[in-house]
Write a protein that binds this ligand. Structure first.
Ligand SMILES: *Cc1c(COP(=O)(O)O)cnc(C)c1O
Length: 346
């Protein structure tokens, strides 16, 4: 019982997929499960998404695709955002993965190493991160007539009024109109922007796992941390490294198992709160590698566990306290927690 308990609600993942599917009627809703299903365990999360109805999945690299194929079997389509990198051909072939080709070099490599093997094309419509620019795409367009998917990614979809959204939409249309293949532009944010962004397929990731900008998402994770020790601190005494927190009056401090080695980002020190059921308890002092110190002066009784994430505090609330985003909170979740999966296919 030394470590925290991470509870992952698989029914909430399925409900979030269905809600995002309803938000884009008439369009295929895929599921993005890169980075081990955003840190929640690809082998547990992906089968739940497949049972909910997802038929297409996206991962970052070919290696992740192999693990996903083992979890899901032969029926689903698995796309690889990183495309076809040097040495990927055996994995792409053996696991029937569809690389999203990102450059003329990848187009040439794919034609040389895996002729006849399905592929998609990823286009850069203005984010300047991954995918072919308009002139590169024009130079290989004749060789990529049988692409099974054309995709691009929005840089600012979580800001609905950002002008780059419309600019990227126009650029994507300009590059792909008349190309014939199914198209995909929207991740979670783009799905919520509305019809114009949906094309034939949406690619939600973070919204499935309960994160912004999908405000209506059901929360997926609960993180409960065990209290190791409780002490009384006299007025004027300090708590933790650097003595950054001082008791104004006599206080009680709970020392809790969990720290930055578990993904509890150090910038949360003196900012985030833990919860004793519905009562908030502020962090007192800095986050250590394996320990947190929490002000529990106001509690009549200190419970065995305090929640860092749960019904009262979402991944995005915690992210705000750390100056980061829900994506980083989830993908930083440590491997020392006991993991408990609830719900899912029965
Ligand atoms: C990660 C990613 C997604 C999913 O994005 P979310 O914001 O998590 O929904 C979709 N498309 C691409 C290209 C990505 O890299």
């Amino acid at each position: 019982m030394g470590t925290g308990l991470l509870t992952i609600d698989l029914d909430a993942v399925a409900a979030n997929w269905r809600a995002l599917d309803r938000a884009a009627p008439g369009t295929e809703t895929s599921a993005v499960v890169k980075a081990d299903g955003y840190g929640l365990g690809i082998d547990r999360v992906a089968p739940v998404l497949a049972a909910a109805g997802a038929r297409s999945f996206f991962v970052a690299f070919a290696e992740e695709g192999g693990a996903l194929r083992r979890a899901l079997g032969p029926e689903v389509a698995i796309y690889v955002f990183g495309g076809h990198m040097e040495g990927d051909a055996p994995a792409l072939r053996d696991h029937a993965l569809i690389p999203m080709l990102n450059s003329p070099e990848q187009v040439a490599r794919h034609a040389r190493d895996l002729p006849g093997h399905a592929y998609g094309v990823q286009l850069d419509s203005g984010m300047n991160r991954l995918g072919m620019e308009a002139d590169e795409w024009a130079s290989v367009r004749d060789q990529t007539r049988d692409a099974v998917l054309l995709s691009s990614h929005l840089a600012c979809a979580d800001e609905p009024d950002h002008p780059l959204n419309r600019t990227q939409l126009a650029a994507f249309r300009e590059m792909t109109n008349g190309a014939g293949a199914p198209r995909s532009l929207a991740a979670t944010g783009g799905t919520l922007l509305g019809r114009d962004w949906h094309f034939e397929m949406t690619r939600p990731g973070i919204g499935l796992y309960g994160g912004a900008p999908f405000k209506a998402a059901q929360p997926v994770v609960r993180l409960s941390l065990p209290v190791i020790q409780v002490r009384d601190v006299a007025a004027g005494e300090s708590v933790g490294y650097g003595a950054t927190w001082h008791a104004d009056a006599p206080a009680r401090i709970a020392t809790v198992s969990g720290g930055y080695a578990d993904g509890i980002i150090r910038a949360m020190g003196n900012q985030a709160r833990l919860w004793a059921d519905d009562r908030p308890c502020p962090l007192a002092g800095r986050v250590s590698m394996d320990l947190l110190t929490v002000d529990v002066t106001h509690l009549a009784e200190v419970p065995e566990m305090l929640d860092l994430m749960g019904p009262h505090q979402t991944i995005d609330d915690v992210a705000d306290a750390a100056g980061t985003i829900g994506y980083e909170i989830l993908t930083s979740l440590g491997h020392r927690y006991r993991r408990r999966y609830v719900g899912g296919p029965r």
